[in-house]
Design a protein around this ligand. Sequence first.
Ligand code: PLP
Length: 410
Amino acid sequence: MQNIKKQFPIFSRPEAGSRYGGTNHPNMIYLDSAATTQTPSVVIDAMNDYYTKTRSNVHRGIYDLSEQATAAYEAARASIAKFLNAEREEIIFTSGTTHGLNLLAYSLTPKLSHRDNVVLTRLEHHANLVPWQQMAKHYGFTIRYIELTPEDELDLASAEKVIDANTKIVSFALVSNVLGTVAQAKKISEFAHARRALTIVDAAQAVAHLPIDVENLDCDFLVFSGHKLYGPTGIGVLYSKKALLEESLEPFFFGGDMIKSVSYTDATWAELPERFEAGTQNISGVIGLGAAVEWLASLGWDKIVAHEREMMAYALDKLKNEVTIIGPAIGHIHRVGVIAFTIPSIHPHDIAEILNQDNICIRVGFHCAEPLHRHLGAGPTARASFGVYTTKEDIDKLVKGIEKVKKIFA
Ligand SMILES: Cc1ncc(COP(=O)(O)O)c(C=O)c1O
């Protein structure tokens, strides 16, 4: 990953002032990739190409420009399918993880009753909690939670217990955005399928850090956001097993491009996957996301995983005597992407503000996982998170910054 920052224009030397404000940041220590990653030139170029060379609507125009845009849009879908080891028809574009999870909650729960339950886990992001809570109020099903082990991993014994004959859906994060722990997704899918429940994997925090193979995970649905894997904002993916798209999932959004035929009284649906993509889509976002997954895969997963493991081990080691780390800080637990922490008697907002003075960007608060924080007995926390461009120098500067914070509050 040496010199990879050079591929990210935001880290380059400032150019002449932009009329839209802001500048480039060669000295920025960006440790907030779990919130959003930075964007490499290849992704920006792909989107720019659409706007400057093929801008038109897709699937509609019988002219070269629109056909070129459609080809680029569908090529991105094929790249994403390959990236996940899925089929082209199984990839539906959304605006992000939150959109995908809401779509599934709205689409799958109307058939549930007060006898049924949906299983989540103690560590879910609000996006995989609130939609189910709202649907539960409406349809009367209960929500159950898979507990954490003392090391803050998902407890498989608890999973086996809470998933029962009345469980219809099991929805869980593959990687926690607070603890960085990785769910044993295959095992959880196995428990769920033994009870004929559907599984949903929230891969928002996993997709940039671990190779994802939906066949191997054996999940029924998987969702993620483009902006967390070096792609554009406002674009995401809902993967669904083809048979479920054909038989179990009804279209949720209705309008142009998703129909076969419409009369004044009814409509029939287009083929997969268009049936689930009503209206004009985020075309440049799709093309940018296609470029992002191609770029990421071209770096090589072995290299990405090895680099990030090295950065994580280095950071845990440097931070362990400086801060209180939330979640596992022991070597044998694979921790991915994030380190949430506190410093006794110092509010996380103060930590972030002082770090910001030295151009160090971290996130503070509940990280959209307030119930998890409460469950752990924690208040708001600070969180440093990593990407392929994170270096030991970045981590050293974070540690120096933390020493400064402590000195100020001593
Ligand atoms: C685990 C997890 N799920 C869902 C989301 C929501 O993602 P988005 O805001 O891109 O929809 C996030 C965002 O941080 C997340 O970390």
